[in-house]
Design a protein around this ligand. Sequence first.
Ligand code: NAD
Length: 415
Amino acid sequence: MESYNSFSVARQQINEAAKILNLDKATLELLITPQLETNFTLPVNMDNGDVKIFQAYRIQYNYARGPAKGGIRFHPDETVDTIRALACWMTWKTAVVDLPLGGGKGGIKCDPKSMSERELERLSRAYVRAISPLLGVDIDIPAPDVYTNPQTMAWMMDEWERIHWKHSPGVFTDKPQQIGGTEGRRDATARGGVITVREACKVWGFDPTKEYAIQGFGNAGQRAALLHKEILGGGKLVAVSDSRGAIYNKDGFDPLELVQHKLKTGSVLKFPGSKIIPHDDLLELDVEVLYPAALENAITSANAGKIKARIVCELANGPTTPEADLILYDNGIHVIPDILGSAGGVTVSYFEMVQDKYTYFWDEEVVHQRLDKKLTQAYHRVQEAIREKNVHPRLAAMVVGVARVAEACKLRGWV
Ligand code: NAD
């Protein structure tokens, strides 16, 4: 993937939205700057007796609309700017789906694949010990992200509760259900994305029963593979990829068998009947729906012109650069931007917080219905903004999100 500074991209997007909204200078300055940043180091005892120092981050980008909310990522390429960008996008994402939350994000620069379970636990607990006063159900509520999972959240919640000497399960979301997790969280991001694709098909007449392809076959990608068929009543999954490679079959894969293969072997490669294709070719396939579900900057000016999908539904955060956005728009490709397409996860995380606060839990059906309502409303609100402002979908979604955050800042008397 081409190297881009994601935070510069995020700031450029805010500037464009601010112009359309005629925001004053102080409001713009506030919105292009993280409200609170914490950069810290974590000494951790490794299994071989060495102490290793890890660089960690937590950023509460904006909390005008409510406590900061966003995942914690473990990744070897983590930088403060990636976390800033991700925290910034969370701010608009929670606002687009109209949740009473702000945006945050955290991360640890590490290579989780080379660490043992015990080392990961020590690292997770060290993270919480370092910043525990800055976390809490009314302050900042982390969740999993790339290479973190419900087990990570369970360790982190436990550490926070030990320090604060009280039960407060809502301080981390996407926990295992036995300790305060919600029904419907595991597939929420993908479910939200597929719901927006369903609405796009209704509005724009796309055919969801045709081919679809997925870049990145982790939590979001795998669930999208399954839910696309379930929610849209058809569709042929012709290509998927993970960090090790991309595979293709023109007759389509069985999504469930492919998920089982990935779980068993750790990769999509060598799935029976598949042909290996170059990573970039997957993005350029002639499909009805393309789901980028890997990392940032997958679609750039270098490949945007070659994309043939009718809908690009972004499950990943920041997969498309601003230059690429314009190319996709000019080519009539319907982009469902990340702050809308991947908002299902944070929406159900919010539902988890609410249930934890009340210690009263909803059925899966209720979670699904409420998620559907939120995402459907958000999709149509963004469509209205596209028409009102005559702009491309990402800018329209940004306009909706930024306007709501700016209004909250103003009402609080900050600007
Ligand atoms: P994950 O770690 O479960 O999966 C990521 C997948 O991407 C893995 O299969 C990995 O092998 C693959 N990958 C990495 N580099 C790749 C490359 N260059 N080409 C193809 N595949 C590659 O993470 P996830 O939770 O599924 O998150 C994926 C994306 O969705 C991230 O951008 C994340 O921020 C975003 N997201 C996730 C959630 C969620 O609830 N999981 C919510 C909102 C947004």
